[in-house]
Write a protein that binds this ligand. Structure first.
Ligand SMILES: [Fe+2]
Ligand SMILES: [Fe+2]
Length: 261
């Protein structure tokens, strides 16, 4: 079976690109299941139920998130009504939402999805992502060997460590958060597909999806500046992985890059 993973969807431009490009990619690549990180879809900060519902069924099957998950104040009250939306599993357990789930792909394969948050250079207080991963994998493997992990983290070392930690236990470990797709696409010896960062669905004429000028102002003057989203020149970045549904092992992996506007 084939799975498509899409990096952080940023702003209106990212949403429009994702909504239009993903259905075509699904058809072209014979994709059975699609996971996308949605943490920046609401003007760059967080997500909301109405925005998530704008995606037609069969576009994105599961949305993951990250450090921006609670940026929109109404979202904590909305997440529990959307079983296909995940927040990092290692956030304090008192928080709403859930960090992993079991879903069914279009070919009938059961797919486990786990969302985790890194702790190196990340602002949000969270529990150990490695022990959270171990716990979720043990539960999901009772139902399926096909498991995808979105590890939302800053440090490449922490992400590679997670990939190696889970090698042979899950089908794929893909990083998000940095918005820059990395060129380390590979399948580890145990059969786990890996890429440090999937990239984003966001503007090429930007700094991580934000307008260039205010980010430069912040860096050069140290003065506060509002980071507006650049909605133009959008490119979609993702990863397509082929998985043996009997073993859960990845057999092929391909980095996806497609210009939208
Ligand atoms: Fe992001
Ligand atoms: Fe993030």
């Amino acid at each position: 079976m084939k799975l498509l993973f899409i990096g952080d969807i940023v702003g209106h431009g990212g949403r429009e690109a994702a909504k239009q490009l993903i259905p075509a990619l699904r058809q072209e690549l014979s994709i059975d299941f699609c996971v996308a990180n949605g943490e920046n879809m609401a003007g760059g900060n967080g997500m909301t139920k109405p925005l998530l519902l704008e995606f037609n069924p069969g576009t994105v099957d599961v949305f993951t998130s990250g450090d921006h998950v609670w940026d929109q104040k109404e979202f904590p009250g909305q997440i529990d009504s959307m079983p296909n939306v995940l927040r990092p599993a290692n956030l304090p357990e008192q928080q709403p939402g859930k960090g992993w789930g079991l879903y069914t792909a279009s070919d009938g394969t059961k797919v486990g999805v786990i969302n985790l948050l890194g702790r190196t250079f990340m602002g949000l207080p969270s529990n150990c992502p490695f022990s959270a991963a171990e716990k979720a994998v043990a539960e999901l493997r009772q139902h399926t060997p096909v498991i995808l992990v979105d590890f939302h983290a800053e440090a490449t070392s922490e992400k590679i460590a997670m990939g190696r930690f889970l090698d042979g236990k899950v089908s794929a470990v893909f990083g998000t958060h940095t918005h820059v797709a990395t060129a380390d696409t590979q399948i580890f010896p145990g059969g786990t597909a890996f890429q440090c960062d999937a990239g984003m669905v966001g503007s090429r004429e930007s700094i991580l999806g934000r307008d260039i000028a205010p980010v430069l102002t912040r860096f050069t003057t140290g003065m506060p500046a509002r980071f507006t989203v650049n909605e133009n020149a959008v490119t979609l970045h993702g990863i397509c992985v082929t998985i043996d549904p009997a073993t859960g092992h990845a057999t092929a992996i391909e980095r996806i890059e497609q210009d939208f506007s």
